[in-house]
Design a binder for this molecule. Structure first.
Ligand SMILES: [Zn+2]
Ligand SMILES: [Zn+2]
Length: 232
């Protein structure tokens, strides 16, 4: 089938909006209609070359959408709403079985090569076969992804909010809860990074503006610095 996608053909050059051919989903894969996608700094880093990736590549790696078709062996159903995230989890490798799916070995290899988790590339075009960006390639009207890159969500959740859970909330909240061990309700300085989410903001729906008048000690560095920043 033919779809529209934003392709990075050459590092440092603007994305090209192109008509691409998308192969049907293989075993364990999904065809998803993208309804919302976020522009992450990691996409910009691929464009400017500070995060090297093979090209051509259909960029984008946080999205929400609707399942159109499920490949053989997938238990997803057409019509289900999903968030697409940049780290699939094979479920079988050592990190996955140890409860650390973010470190999945096959996923890291696939993301490095620009393939889906199963090793295949479903894009094609008359001027070279574009690769998948982190198993998602969100900047396209429809995408094929491994169902290990998809998480079911409630249909009541707006797509533009859900898309942020594919990377921004995942990385921001992951850092807050798992690295810094901050708990909801505690005060904490947070950076102005576009991907950071402070604990004060978490109970709300982003984008949220939060501000605190007090400087507070950073439990990580011990230094007195930072205020609640106007943008989290
Ligand atoms: Zn990202
Ligand atoms: Zn794994």
């Amino acid at each position: 089938m033919e779809v529209r996608g934003a392709v990075l053909r050459e590092v440092g050059k603007p994305l090209e909006i192109e008509t691409l051919t998308l192969a049907p989903p293989g075993p364990g894969e999904l065809l998803v209609r993208v309804r919302a996608a976020g522009l992450c700094h990691s996409d910009l880093s691929v464009i400017d070359g500070s995060r090297p990736r093979p090209v051509p590549m259909v960029l984008g790696h946080e999205a929400a959408g609707e399942v159109v078709e499920a490949g053989p062996g997938s238990d997803f159903q057409p019509g289900e709403h999903v968030v697409l995230t940049f780290v699939p989890s094979c479920g079988d490798c050592a990190p996955c079985t140890a409860g650390r799916p973010a470190l999945c070995g096959p996923a890291a290899a696939a993301n490095r090569e620009g393939t889906l988790l199963g090793g295949d590339v479903r894009w094609s075009s008359p001027v070279g076969r574009p690769l998948h960006h982190l198993g998602v390639s969100a900047f396209a009207s429809q995408v094929v992804v491994s169902d290990r890159s998809a998480v079911r969500i409630d249909k009541a959740l707006p797509f533009e909010i859900a898309a942020l859970f594919g990377c921004a909330v995942l990385t921001g909240a992951g850092a807050v809860f798992n690295a810094a061990h901050v708990r909801p309700g505690t005060a904490w300085p947070c950076s102005a990074s576009a991907e950071s989410v402070c604990p004060r903001c978490l109970p709300r729906r982003p984008p949220v503006r939060a501000r605190c008048s007090r400087s507070i000690r950073c439990p990580a560095s011990g230094s007195w610095r930072g205020r609640w920043v106007p943008r989290c």
